[in-house]
Design a protein around this ligand. Structure first.
Ligand code: FAD
Length: 229
């Protein structure tokens, strides 16, 4: 068994000032360093809201955020790495031997004793086979073919603010798969503490659109209740 950890470990210093300076440089003939150093919090907040509203989103790309995500399944990271405007470093199954102790259990299995027993038996057999193959000299990169998707992993991801807003729109959605939704929610919670204006309206797309793009009206009402609390 394993526990999910999601930690924002690094980010562009003063990310909102950097984004605002990028916007200001586009629209002003003032000295760029003077602009960067002398903008007050109100000007920064106002400018960020204007560029987001206008769709001048490239200026958001100057702010980067790096997370370590640990204890999620390879099911989850497979979805995560589909987001292309990002950088990833994931623990390699070619070089690192998997322990068999670290795996993710979906709640639906936790709630069903018989299903949970079958699940654990299957995982146990898979890891046993993995170990036997390694014991016969099969390299890790080949023995890993028998490992389950529930195997826990560690991944570092860096995304800029523009990509994060897009990612949150898709992955904090109530319709997203529960594990990546959990990861996205934890990422959002942390970036909000360091860049509250940049991420003030981040969340499922239905919040900004005013309807569910996937057509789940009931779910949209639930989301509204939860996010407005
Ligand atoms: C509800 C849902 C269901 C899904 N179901 C499936 C599924 O059944 N099968 C499956 O394979 N995947 C599925 N996915 C994954 C999905 O197809 C995307 O791979 C994933 O969401 C990454 O998002 P993205 O492509 O929008 O953007 P990112 O890769 O995060 O890129 C951000 C944005 O950059 C732009 N961009 C990036 N690369 C290009 C490019 N090459 N050309 C043009 N513009 C680009 C696009 O505007 C894109 O939205 C699903 C995703 C969701 C949210």
């Amino acid at each position: 068994m394993t526990h999910l950890r999601v930690k924002l470990i690094s980010y562009t210093p003063d990310p909102e000032r950097v984004v605002c300076a990028a916007a200001r440089i586009c629209y002003s003939a003032r000295d760029p360093l003077e602009v960067f150093e002398n903008m007050g919090p109100e000007e920064i907040a106002r400018t960020i809201r204007v560029v987001k509203q206008k769709g001048h989103l490239s200026v958001l790309e100057h702010a980067n955020f790096t997370f370590v995500i640990d204890g999620c399944s390879r099911v989850c990271t497979h979805q995560l790495v589909r987001h292309r405007i990002a950088s990833y470093s994931q623990r390699s199954q070619r070089y690192v031997k998997e322990s068999g102790e670290d795996y993710v259990t979906p709640q639906t299995l936790e709630q069903d004793d018989e299903a949970l027993k079958l699940y654990r038996e299957h995982l146990s057999r898979s890891y046993e086979l993995y170990t036997r193959l390694l014991g016969r000299g099969v390299p890790k990169e080949d023995a890993r073919f028998v490992l389950p998707q529930s195997t826990a992993t560690t991944i570092m991801v860096t995304m800029n603010a523009r990509e994060l807003l897009h990612f949150f729109g898709l992955r904090t959605c109530h319709r997203a798969q529960w594990e990546i939704r959990d990861v996205a929610a934890r990422m959002l919670e942390q970036v909000k503490t360091v860049a509250p204006v940049l991420f003030e309206d981040a969340g499922p797309r239905c919040l900004s659109l005013g309807y569910c793009p996937e057509g789940y009206e009931e779910c949209y009402q639930e989301v509204l209740k939860r996010w407005k609390q």
